[in-house]
Design a binder for this molecule. Structure first.
Ligand code: GLU
Length: 510
């Protein structure tokens, strides 16, 4: 029986979504779209201790920015709501009771101090088949006593009764069959009366079942929980509709040594969050891909290839192409190194595909930031300037370093270039150049170039020295796009002004 594909992204709102979480969301989305399925967004907020205000909005905004579309869930609604676990208390209570009534779970009254004492007394203490009968729970107390304690308001938890000695098989689409013996598992807490909420494990399984989830696609860090989840499906009698599991490879530090952390990003200078995050408690700001000048298409493409490949070495793929090619056949088990330099490369590639007018629009706020009023220049001028330098940029902000001279004359001149190119006879030659430029038949790049090069040849000047000195006066340093493309755009008046300014201000180094 083929089930319709339903996947869910189920983050806990404990802070900003980590870039690894973004990749999980992306793979869920690609898989759902590839298979004509649906993608749900469920917020797993049963741990009130770790709840962080703003985290849910942050998650929603991040997915939106990246173009990961949600079909059903928080912020969208749908037939299986509510989609915030903290709003589903009544639903879970019923399933906890079912397990207790069926003898698959039991009530335990052990206080934190008692559990601490048990841990101190027994090395590697685990609440399981070997210890549960020496603890204070409904297996060791009469029904009446249990009822009385509950009526007295004593706090309790409900624990899952794990039968020891069974091989539990997690059938994972990427890892194959992973077998674990149930004896190593402990009787996990499924519900806490103190906040009248289930724990992650119970809420997660009940919701996946009720929301008809067909594939659970999540990070490798959840693999250790999977055997418990398989046993829970069994305990509820839902084995037939148990979702398929996919545990995605870890994202590793750029050198491959250990798990990627926020500190790696701080140390090496790359964001580990999709959007900038303002910590509501400390006010600390963490960098985001969006604010650092990445295009969402580049981030998506970069992340898609961290743990998956299309079966060949194609690298540049739009969201639609990724969807078309995506499957878990080419998903790796081994951790993926977070090659952030490659992320810059993707951004460079995507910036080249943007129409110049769009790039010019993105550049305007950067100009403003540098006290240039974009309105002082025509859109054509800004667009052309951008098109001349875009091949050199990884980020929109890099446009400033490469194109600033189009918007203001140099105020200083690169000393190294001055030393190398500004010989004592240069002011006289530049004065001649001004005269020659005034007589040009055309300022069009190729035509102007032909005339000026001819003039240099006729005079017997050194081509490199004259052209570099010329560039120095106009740009302020000896780099930048083709010289006559620059002068064509700047026009005669500005070009000649700058050469004159250079003649007046550049002091030859004796
Ligand atoms: N709430 C878990 C998380 O924060 C979900 C794990 C899962 O997908 O089952 O990632």
């Amino acid at each position: 029986m083929e089930r319709p594909v339903v996947v869910r992204f189920a983050p806990s709102p404990t802070g900003p979504l980590h870039i690894g979480g973004v990749r999980t969301a992306l793979y869920n989305y690609l898989f759902a779209r590839r298979n004509g399925g649906k993608m749900l967004l469920r917020i797993e907020d049963t741990d009130s201790q770790r709840f962080v205000p703003g985290a849910e909005d942050y998650i929603i905004e991040s997915l939106k920015w990246l173009g990961i579309e949600i079909d059903e869930g928080v912020g969208h609604g749908g037939p299986h709501g509510p989609y915030r676990q903290s709003e589903r208390r009544d639903i879970y209570r019923k399933y906890v009771e079912q397990l207790i009534n069926d003898g698959k779970a039991y009530i335990a009254f052990d206080t934190p101090e008692e559990l601490e004492a048990a841990r101190a007394a027994t090395p590697n203490f685990q609440y399981d088949a070997t210890t549960r009968l020496s603890m204070r729970n409904s297996l060791t107390m009469s029904k009446e006593e249990v009822a009385r304690r509950i009526a007295d308001g004593e706090k309790y938890v409900v624990r899952f009764l794990i039968e020891p000695g069974r091989d539990v098989v997690v059938d994972d689409l990427v890892r194959g069959k992973v077998t674990i013996n149930s004896s190593v598992l402990d009787d996990k807490v499924l519900y806490k009366s103190a906040d009248d909420l289930p724990t992650y494990h119970l809420a997660n399984i009940v919701d996946d079942h009720l929301m008809e989830v067909s594939h659970v696609i999540r990070g490798e860090e959840w693999l250790p929980s999977a055997p418990l989840h398989v046993l829970l499906y069994e305990a509820f009698g839902w084995t037939d509709t148990m979702p398929r599991f996919v545990h995605l490879p870890l994202l590793l530090k750029p050198d491959g040594k250990g798990k990627l952390s926020k500190r790696d990003g701080d140390r090496l200078g790359f964001p580990v969050f999709p959007l900038e995050w303002h910590d509501p408690k400390t006010g600390a700001v963490s960098a985001g891909y969006r604010e650092n000048g990445y295009l969402p298409q580049a981030v998506v493409n970069f992340l898609a290839l961290l743990g998956w490949n299309p079966g060949d070495d194609t690298e540049i793929m739009s969201m639609d192409e990724l969807i078309e090619k995506f499957s878990f056949d080419h998903c790796s088990k081994a951790g993926a190194k977070f090659a952030y330099e490659k992320g810059k490369w993707f951004n460079h590639q995507y910036l080249q595909t943007l129409p110049d007018v769009e790039l010019a629009e993105l550049f305007k706020p950067v100009l403003t930031k540098h006290s240039i009023n974009p309105a002082d220049f025509s859109d054509e001028y800004i667009t052309r300037a951008v098109s001349l330098v875009k091949g050199r940029i990884n980020f929109v902000s890099d446009l400033w370093d490469n194109a600033a001279f189009f918007f203001k004359a140099p105020e200083s001149y690169d000393p190294k270039a001055v030393k190398k190119r500004w010989s004592p006879e240069m002011p006289a030659i530049m004065t001649e150049l001004i005269e020659r430029l005034r007589q040009l038949n055309s300022w069009k790049s190729a035509e102007a170039e032909a005339e000026i090069l001819q003039w240099i040849a006729d005079k017997g000047y050194h081509l490199g020295n004259v052209m570099n000195a010329f560039r120095l006066t106009v740009v302020g340093e000896c780099k930048g796009p083709h010289m006559f493309d620059i002068t064509e755009l700047m026009g005669p008046e500005e070009t000649i002004l700058r050469i004159q300014k250079g003649i007046d201000n550049i002091k030859a180094d004796e």
